[in-house]
Design a binder for this molecule. Structure first.
Ligand code: BEZ
Length: 210
């Protein structure tokens, strides 16, 4: 059965470039991102891992731990990290899982057999501190992911978890957000002291509340 939004994020133990981990223990109270790579020493993956490393502080600012999955072994990962650091001008300081038995890839449905029976696709799972899956993005191996979008999704998830709002089309941090239809007219001023504007009864905007 494939994983869906709202499901529990499956737990596992795995060998990683930063030692053996129990995934849930490793996450602790943080938000988490687990994302897969088709293979080590491939160009698109190298740029993605490099960008993740470059965005270390951006993920930290959002209280989010990032972990990568690849079905190659630890020795390969350690060799690849040297290439990533050198070619992407960065320092990989997050774990890469050596998923040689494909346990994690299977748990998270990262292998799509009609695409490849051995290599993972590019999956991204966003996990909240309650260990529930909050968003899923899936790309084919030939399309590198957009990490500006990954941070944007994280910002939206964290904002909408804290306030009764949703983020509209193409929303970016700092822009107005949409008040949930469940918020009653009489509660608007207390819930949204920055004010609101009504375009339609079902479409009410407020400045970003946090
Ligand atoms: C890459 O990361 O460059 C890549 C990996 C597998 C298939 C296609 C591209």
């Amino acid at each position: 059965m494939s994983l869906r939004i709202g499901d529990d994020a499956p737990n596992f133990t795995a060998q990683t470039t930063e030692g053996k981990i129990d995934f849930h223990q490793w996450l602790g109270d943080s938000w988490g991102i687990i994302y897969s790579h088709p293979a080590d020493f491939t160009p698109v993956c190298t740029t993605e891992l490099g960008r993740t490393a470059q965005l270390k502080e951006d993920f930290e600012k959002r209280g989010t731990k990032v972990i990568a999955v690849s079905t190659d072994n630890l020795e390969s990962h350690h060799g690849w990290i040297k290439d990533i650091d050198a070619t992407q001008n960065t320092k990989v300081e997050f774990p890469i899982i050596a998923d040689t038995d494909k346990n994690v890839s299977s748990l998270y449905n990262m292998i799509h057999p009609n695409f490849s029976t051995t290599a993972t696709v590019r999956s991204v799972y966003f996990i909240n501190p309650a260990k529930k899956i909050q968003a899923i993005i899936t790309y084919p191996a030939s399309t590198g992911r957009n990490f500006t979008e990954i941070l944007r999704v994280l910002d939206s998830l964290q904002l909408t978890a804290a306030y009764s709002v949703a983020t509209p089309v193409d929303w970016e941090v700092g822009q107005d957000v949409i008040i949930s239809t469940s918020v009653k007219e009489e509660d608007l001023d207390t819930k949204f002291p920055k004010g609101h504007r009504e375009v339609k009864q079902y479409m009410r905007y407020t400045p970003q509340p946090n």
